[in-house]
Design a protein around this ligand. Sequence first.
Ligand SMILES: [Zn+2]
Length: 288
Amino acid sequence: MRDFPNFIQPPLYATDQEKQFSDVLIEFNKQQPGYLKYIVHTENMRRIAALRRLLGKDQVNASNNPQLFNVITKLCKGLGVNMPIVFTYGNRDIAAITDVMSSGGACELFVENNAFTLGTKDSLYIFVSEELINSTQLNENELLVLIAHEVGHAMANHSLRTLTYQSNFIQYIVDIDAKNKIKKMMSDKSFSRLQEVTADRAALIACRNVDYVCSMLDKLGKVHPELMDYDDSESDHPNNRKRIEMIRLFAKSQLYAECIERIDGFPVDKSRYIYTESDLQVHIMRII
Ligand SMILES: [Zn+2]
């Protein structure tokens, strides 16, 4: 089980709240070694098998979609991660999936204009709707941002939050404080909004240009104006105006510089990055 802390450890760019959540899970794993990873693997394998059978498609590769494949290889280099398996789906696939999987979380995500992952750091896979790519008319840089955001969710093991909840694993946590902490995080919508912040950070690290992230969010906002500036206090996604504000702050932070430094393996001049990690955290909590 020695690899478990690595598996659960959030990426450097994750928000503080997620780091606390992971600490509780690491502690839990000491009591029930391997239990969480078993749940994750079982669930991932079940989902991938079901969804692949339904889609009956090959993953995006160099011959069936060279443009998207090129985007994926580029983003992995920027983010310093392995290649994810990416599937695209169309409206006919949605109909087939809805017919067969009338219940279960995956079905709700398989809708028009969506990109999502249920994967984890160990199992990087992403689904993108063809309609989203077509309707938003994203250029290559923005497409990279869109996919890298999903890779960010998987790298930070965001699906663990739902899985641990569904598997009712908290009943095994002995420490009352830890139990309460985790219950609170699971019911707190702002925690889920912070996960979006983390995923946007991954997208920026992958493309290295904050304007690309902002223009992707702008384009999504043009197709779906309701995403731009709604009251998000009860939502699990921050509105796009806030996402733009928060990613611009991260782009000027020392944490961002440090991430790049680690991935690229050479020093970055930090004088251009004005916010310390704690400044950044204060700003984010004010906005979220
Ligand atoms: Zn997201």
